[in-house]
Design a protein. Sequence first.
Length: 378
Amino acid sequence: MRHRSARIATLATAAALAATCLATTSAGAAPAPGPHSRTDDGPNSRTHNGLSNCTGTAPAPVVCHFDVAPGAYDVSVTLGGSAVESRTSVLAETRRAVLPETVAAPGARVRRTFTVDVRTPEGEPTGPTGTPGLTLTFGGSAPALSSVRVRRAVHARQLLLLGDSTVCDQPGEPYAGWGQQLPQYLRQGISTANYADSGESSVTYRENPALFRTVQQKIRPGDLALIQLAHNDKQTDAPTYRANLTALVEGVRARGGRPVLVTPIVRRWFNADGTLNNPTALLVNGLGVDHPAEIRALATTLRTPLIDLTALTKARVEALGPEPSKALYLTAEKRDNTHTSVRGATEYAELVLGELRTQRLLPRATVAGGGPPVIGAL
């Protein structure tokens, strides 16, 4: 279940311990250098005034890069301002969706804010290092960027994700993990730190110091940690599987975090009757270990919140049926009925979000809803 490019050997050092960065561009405008100037945000703050942080010209994606150190950053973007209706979406770092396609009427601008986790490596924890600092890509069907401002977040809470390739920040198309799509539904104040990694089982996630040991050190009191590990536990017996998940839950709690167990997404493997009622689809391994059942029972035993993503994705795939459900997975592109497309990952992220809302695991104010505020016509 590994789908990553070659490792990058050299780790570059990120600059600026805290920064306030401002760049402005509009549809059809080519980036141009601008002077740096001081602000009143403190001795370590600075403003990148003008377009020196951004390259590209609409309708092509506009890419903005900010030399900031690892950490959580609040981003405020103003979209639109063009003579025609614009539709702009935003990706951060390794294809992380942080803003869904947002519409601005002709001559109007809309403002959105969100929080981004900047780290090294910037994608999968055992993957390529990536580019130091924060990279934002403004795309969509008709992108128009008016301004973007980046500041070090002061009071951001973390939503940590522990999982496998169905959750992780997939580095290349057409693959996408549901954790990669989740940030776009969260407002400023919640930083989604995706530490899911391709190919990991409950065994390897505990053993590799780049994974759980690293995650555990980053947990702060009150942080949520969503745990979905099952797809690669093909030869893990039931006692070992339970012991591993228990250790992860207890390790999160030891740091003051709030663990949430998540059952795995289903594989798209239909029976003749149009259901997914078989061991392959429902993640029962070769030893007969029913992973979703084990997770459900463990959540009760450990008194841990549960997101039954197996049940939710099963219902969705069965409702679509054998042919339409192919679009959720990479059936056509890769003959892959385990890994999701961008559409599938997005729909599954919405299912997770629904449970976070229903179970009140996140503050209501941090979950995006409704349209962006309209700033007004130019």
